[in-house]
Design a protein around this ligand. Structure first.
Ligand SMILES: Cc1ncc(COP(=O)(O)O)c(C=O)c1O
Length: 950
């Protein structure tokens, strides 16, 4: 994260400045003008670039040396030509610019190797053997790179572990690293920034023989997708237990150059290969007679049509060539994968750090339902953030598991919810334990990161939860966070990375000692106090069972609806594989779209080979945008980007980090080490690529601003709004040009707003003040989850609800009615309990404000009245809220009480019941009193009533 203010980005800017400085110098020389200042600027930029350039192949230190010579010799015109060529080739080719001769115009050189799809990668060699000794590895590898292969490489040689790690971090074109085992630790010329890697936090190594391994470990941590090779002279290296985990392969130095060369190329090729996409392409190119049920396949029904020519023209031939329902001929079946789909999913698992990955062709909406169905049984309790996407709530309704809704912390000023605090989760589990219901708890469902970028400390959450409930399963909805695996600071907060780290920790001998000490320490601490204490799971009991769902299509290059389920479950085979397969088959179409599957395969390739570059770029753009809005007075009058301290309350931020705005000195070499600390320590962090633009001062609501300004005036599409904000999402699809366009649009809007205020009448100004106040000062409170009606609560001691029973109860038309919102307000004020019969889901963001069986609270009504989102699923504005009739509730409640008091049917059930503590009168809540009231006044269920459902 610290490198986001990045030397890599600054270097590019400096190269562009150097080109301009060379231009100015040459102009001054040609005009006979004063050259002192232009020459000083030019020399200063060369000095600055020399500090960093050793980490890139091109333009490289040699080019800087030549530029300096030109300066010394006053060859300003040659300097201008060289600088200009270097910068243009840098922009176009990056490190591959080193393939061409800078003295010769590009037009006179062969560049067709790129046109023919040849790829170029940079291979890092960390070796302190002088490069010019005969038969150095670099020299030998260069000799072997004779061209003609589909992958070419350039070698970047550094002489120390420190520089190797820095190069891997800074130079995103590096794809493979060959590291000498007994490598010098420190750079001969100090690094141009503070070394926050080697020797910081841990102990600097003193044993030269392990420096290469330390270096490999850092690179693996920071960029796990790279191929790492260890180079050693000693055969004992193979006995080092760490090497096989870190390095793809170990080479013994003598006479292995050809093998090294072939292995490096094979490694890159392996990551490039996309088994399913490659098979589909081969299939599309092969001559085929098709008699299966897909007329569009091969385009025959399109291109032979008289009326669908435009369809063929618009989509092109390939999409039809590749359309097929076939699962043979090199293709594979998503529903029973054994071939290329299976291989593609296995590769994805490795890229995303999962033990197993499953492709899903109907979005994360389906992925969530699959996991919920696979892991829960009817009647089991699932702890779930109420603000989770509706697919999870539907999943629970279908599966029959009982949601116990957890409230996220509210951000009332912006009408946004944060995440669920860890203490809330712990408190809930401890209460369930006290009520004897912990055995029923199956799963915890959270969203990471949230729509607005609130990101959990997944590792800490899972660790402490496992201390209370060691066999719980976790489902992390990472619909928005697939990209996070590409950069180290975000990756550590993903479910898969956290699961692997947790498993490593729980199985280490050090942890066992830590746990024993903790247990002794906690011996006298009552469980009721555990909420405030740091908890550690029992390593003998805790199981790491973690699932993550990704809308790959939302943040990576997959086609719409392309999603993945990642599994890191050490009990998957033992307990869940078959159920998972059933759930997968339940929800997956028997006609999955081949193009979606292929695009998931390709999205994986992109993460593997250029995820680091692209995702880092998205962070850089988001940070640049934040800075521009903060420092532009015109924009600042109307807009503000919400920062860390706006969205993450101080109590969740032990790091003390409050902002993503750059340091006062943008050239400060250290970047932002405090940001890195926040990402490893804070309970919640804000992902800076989720940019919430606060627009309260414009007098327009988020919805109005999105529709009238961004969409209608500028054609800028965004997704989510709140009362007074709009959410801008910086993905790998955002470009510097689109960023500039957005800034221009905001500036134009700011000018128009200023003009409107300037020329406004008294009345208009008053109106604007009222609107602004409504958006900034008098927002409706964010409603918490109000609670299930007691009729839908299986236990009177704990708050989980039977959403499935309520969902299906509402199928009976005569048992529900519509109540307009205004009437609902007066009815609840008069004491009637309204119970929702449906999900009510404003979209976006897509989480329910009401679920079936939930009591409609006055806060929810106020919130719904003020909501200006047009699309509210499950709510018909012309009719009102769909609620259960009073008559139904009375009948159902009576039935519920009868069910509750029915004698247990089996001995096993009787045993279970005696485990429940007797009802605690202090815990009996208003809901149950209300139920009793209702029953007392109610109608007895008659034979004519329809039976209770559920
Ligand atoms: C948190 C969350 N989970 C799941 C989904 C559903 O994902 P998909 O659109 O891929 O079905 C969404 C969609 O917005 C979401 O925001």
């Amino acid at each position: 994260m610290a490198t986001m203010s990045s030397p890599a980005q600054r270097r590019l800017d400096h190269w562009h400045s150097l080109e301009t400085a060379a231009q100015r110098l040459a102009d001054a020389v040609e005009a006979g003008a004063d050259t002192d200042q232009p020459a000083a600027d030019f020399a200063g930029l060369i000095d600055e670039l020399e500090r960093y350039e050793r980490f890139w192949l091109f333009p490289g230190l040699a080019t800087l040396r030549r530029l300096r010579e030109y300066l010394i010799n006053w060859d300003a015109v040659l300097a201008r030509q060289l600088a200009s060529r270097a910068v243009h080739r840098l922009s176009e080719f990056g490190d591959a610019g080193s393939l061409f001769d800078l003295e010769v115009p590009l037009a006179d050189q062969h560049t067709d190797q790129f046109a023919s799809g040849r790829h170029f990668v940079t291979v890092l060699i960390a070796d302190d053997t002088p490069e010019d000794v005969p038969q150095s590895l670099a020299a030998e590898l260069r000799r072997l790179d004779v061209g003609g292969q589909e992958i070419g490489f350039g070698l970047l040689v550094v002489g120390s572990a420190e520089e190797a790690v820095a190069a891997a971090v800074l130079n995103d074109e590096i794809q493979a690293c060959i590291i000498r085992r007994d490598l010098t630790l420190r750079a001969a010329v100090p690094l141009p920034f503070k070394n926050t890697f080697i020797g910081i936090g841990g102990q600097p190594t003193t044993d030269r023989a392990v420096n290469g391994i330390v270096c490999g470990r850092w690179i693996r941590t920071l960029r796990p997708h790279l191929d790492l090779y260890l180079l050693t002279d000693e055969s004992v290296a193979s006995r080092d237990p760490r090497t096989h985990e870190l390095f793809n392969r170990t080479f013994y130095r003598l006479n292995e150059e050809a093998e090294v060369h072939a292995t490096v190329l094979a490694g890159v090729r392996r990551r490039y290969e996309t088994p399913f996409f490659d098979a589909l392409r081969r299939y599309a190119a092969a001559p085929i007679g098709q008699f299966h049920a897909l007329p569009v396949a091969r385009g025959a029904s399109i291109f032979n049509s008289r009326w669908l020519q435009d369809m063929g023209e618009f989509y092109g031939r390939h999409i039809f060539q590749a359309e097929t329902s076939s699962t043979s001929g090199g293709l594979d079946s998503l529903l029973d994968p054994h071939g290329t789909v299976k291989q593609a999913m296995t590769k994805a698992a490795s890229t995303f750090g999962a033990r197993e990955t499953f492709f899903v062709t109907n979005g994360t909406s389906t992925a969530n339902k699959i996991v919920v169905q696979a892991l829960t049984r009817p009647g089991e309790i699932v702890l779930i953030d109420r603000n989770c996407h509706k697919s999870r709530h539907y999943g629970l309704a279908l599966a029959g598991a009982l949601p116990l809704y957890l409230d996220a912390y509210p951000l009332e000023d912006y009408a946004i919810y944060g995440g669920v605090p860890l203490c809330t989760i712990k408190q809930t589990l401890l209460e369930l334990k006290a009520a004897g219901r912990l055995d029923q708890v199956r799963m915890l469902l959270l969203t990471n990161c949230t729509f607005d970028g609130i990101t959990y400390y997944a590792l800490r959450v899972m660790e402490e939860v496992l201390a209370i409930k060691p066999d719980i399963c976790f489902l992390w909805d990472e619909a928005w966070y697939a990209f996070a695996t590409a950069v180290p600071f975000a990756r550590q907060r993903t479910a898969m990375d956290a699961a692997a780290a947790l498993h490593r920790r729980l199985t280490s001998p050090e942890y066992r000692a830590e746990y024993d000490a903790w247990r002794a320490d906690m011996a006298d601490v009552a469980e009721s106090e555990w909420v405030q204490r740091r908890l550690l799971p029992d390593p003998d009991a805790a199981r790491v069972r973690v699932y993550a769902t990704h809308s790959t299509h939302k943040s990576l290059s997959a086609l719409r609806q392309g999603s993945m389920i990642h599994v890191w479950d050490q009990d998957f085979d033992r307990y869940s594989r078959e159920q998972f397969n059933e759930a997968y088959l339940t929800h997956t179409s028997t006609s999955p779209n081949q193009q979606l599957v292929a695009s998931l395969d390709l999205a994986r390739r992109q993460v593997d080979l250029e995820g680091y570059r692209m995702v880092r770029g998205a962070y850089q753009m988001a940070l640049a945008f934040r800075q521009r809005v903060a420092t532009d007075p015109l924009l600042g009058r109307w807009f503000r980007v919400l920062d860390v301290d706006d969205l993450v309350p101080a109590g969740f931020r032990p790091s003390g980090v409050t902002s993503y705005l750059p340091l006062a000195d943008p050239d400060a070499a250290d970047g932002h080490p405090e940001w890195d600390r926040a990402w490893v320590s804070d309970e919640f962090v804000l992902d800076p690529t989720r940019v919430t633009l606060y627009i309260g001062k414009t007098g327009m609501s988020g919805f109005e601003f999105r529709e009238q300004i961004l969409m209608d005036r500028f054609g800028i599409q965004i997704n989510k709004t709140s009362f007074n904000s709009v959410l801008l999402i910086f993905t790998i699809g955002v470009t510097w040009t689109s960023l500039q366009y957005l800034l221009d649009a905001l500036r134009r809007t700011a000018v128009a707003l200023a003009r409107a205020v300037d020329g406004a009448s008294q009345a208009d100004r008053a109106l604007m003040r009222i609107k602004t106040k409504a958006l900034t000062a008098t927002l409706p409170p964010l409603p918490d989850f109000s609670g299930f009606d007691p009729a839908f609560r299986p236990s009177e001691h704990t708050p989980e609800g039977d959403v499935r029973a309520a969902f299906y109860a509402a199928y009976e038309e005569s048992d529900r009615e519509y109540v307009p919102l205004t009437e609902a307000v007066s009815l609840t004020a008069a004491g009637r309990v309204l119970v929702s019969a449906t999900f009510v889901v404003p979209y976006p963001p897509g989480f329910p404000v009401l679920v079936p069986g939930q009591v409609v609270s006055p806060e929810i009504l106020t919130f719904l009245t003020r909501l200006d989102i047009k699309e509210i699923h499950g709510y018909r504005p012309e009719l009102g809220l769909c609620v259960f009739t009073e008559r139904f509730l009375q009948r159902y409640a009576a039935e519920h009480v009868r069910r509750q008091s029915a004698p247990p049917k089996s001995a096993a059930q009787r045993d279970e019941q005696t485990l429940d503590p007797p009802p605690d009168p202090a815990r009996s809540d208003a809901g149950f009193q209300d139920l009793a009231r209702r029953l007392a006044s109610g109608v007895e269920p008659s034979r004519g009533d329809s039976p209770p459902i559920g």
